[in-house]
Design a protein around this ligand. Structure first.
Ligand code: HEM
Length: 236
C-alpha cells in the first residue's frame, strides 16, 4: 500500500502536469495552424475596447443571465468557488501568504468552497439527464463531470473531516510539507500519510485530480482557455 500511495501522490502528479502542459501546447498549436474561418463569428454588436467586452462576455456571461438566470447564478458561484479553490491550493505551498491580508485559516472558506463546487457540479451533471441538455451531451461530458465531482468530493471531505468533525490526523502543515516538496522537486511525504486513515481521502483526491488534469487538454473544458479569444471574435 505505501508504494501505491507514493506512486499516486508523487510520480503520478508529475506525469499529470507533464501531460497537461504538452497536451495544451499541442492543442493550441493545432488550433493556430487550422485554416482561418472566412465567415465572421460576430454575434454581438461591436463595442470598444474589444478585449474588455470579451472579458465581460466571458466572465459575466450576459446572454446566459438574460435567458437562464438560475443556471447563471450556479455557474457564477461555480467559477467564483473555482477561483477561491485555486487560491486555496496556492496557500498549501509554504510561504505563499499573498492572500493572508484578510486573515483566514488554511484551507480557506471553512469547507464551503468544496461544498459550493460539489453542489454546482451535481446540478451541471443532473441537468444533462433531461432534454434539451441530454440531446446535446456526449458520454465525455458525463465522464468529465463525474471525474471532477469525485475530485472535489474527496478534496472537500478532507477539510470537512478536519474542520467540521475534528478528525485532524493530517494537518494543513502536513499538506504544506507535501505540496512544497512536490513544487521544489524534493518530494517528501509526511509520516502521517502512511499512519492515518485520513490519508486515503488525500490519495483518492489526488488520484482523481491527476486523471482530470491529464484529460483536461483533450476535453471540452479547454473552452476555459479559449473563451476570451472566442468572445473577442464574437465582438467582430
Ligand atoms: C483538478 C484539480 C483539483 C481540484 C478540482 C481540487 C479540488 C479540491 C477541493 C474542492 C478541496 C477542498 C476545498 C475546501 O476545503 O473547501 C481541495 C483540497 C485539497 N486539495 Fe485539491 N483539487 C485539485 C487538485 C489537487 C492536487 C493535484 C493536489 C495535490 C497534488 C491537491 C491537494 C489538495 C489538498 C492537500 C487539499 C487540502 C485539504 C484540506 O484542507 O483538508 N488538490 N481540493
Amino acid at each position: 500500500m505505501p508504494t501505491i500511495t507514493y506512486l499516486i501522490l508523487v510520480p503520478m502528479v508529475y506525469l499529470a502536469f507533464l501531460v497537461f502542459i504538452v497536451g495544451t501546447v499541442i492543442q493550441i498549436a493545432r488550433i493556430r495552424r487550422a485554416p482561418k474561418n472566412p465567415a465572421t463569428l460576430q454575434i454581438f454588436p461591436e463595442r470598444k475596447p474589444k478585449w474588455l467586452w470579451a472579458l465581460h462576455d466571458s466572465f459575466l456571461m450576459p446572454t446566459l443571465r438574460r435567458h437562464y438566470p438560475l443556471r447563471w447564478v450556479i455557474l457564477m458561484s461555480f467559477h467564483i468557488a473555482l477561483l477561491l479553490l485555486i487560491i486555496g491550493h496556492l496557500e498549501l505551498f509554504k510561504g505563499f501568504t499573498f492572500f493572508q491580508f484578510w486573515e483566514h485559516e488554511i484551507f480557506l472558506g471553512k469547507g464551503f468552497v468544496g461544498l459550493a463546487l460539489s453542489l454546482a457540479l451535481l446540478y451541471l451533471l443532473f441537468r444533462r439527464f433531461h432534454s434539451p441538455a441530454r440531446d446535446l451531451s456526449v458520454p465525455e461530458d458525463y465522464y468529465l463531470l463525474i471525474l471532477l465531482f469525485l475530485t472535489v468530493l474527496f478534496g472537500a471531505e478532507m477539510d470537512w473531516a478536519r474542520r467540521w468533525y475534528g478528525y485532524a490526523e493530517l494537518s494543513p502543515g502536513d499538506y504544506q510539507t507535501y505540496m512544497t516538496g512536490l513544487l521544489l522537486f524534493r518530494p517528501e511525504l509526511p509520516v502521517a500519510v502512511y499512519q492515518t486513515g485520513h490519508s486515503f481521502m488525500l490519495v483518492l483526491h489526488v488520484f482523481f485530480a491527476n486523471l482530470f488534469i491529464m484529460l483536461f487538454p483533450f476535453s471540452k473544458i479547454m473552452h476555459s482557455i479559449f473563451s476570451i479569444s472566442l468572445n473577442k471574435l464574437r465582438r467582430g
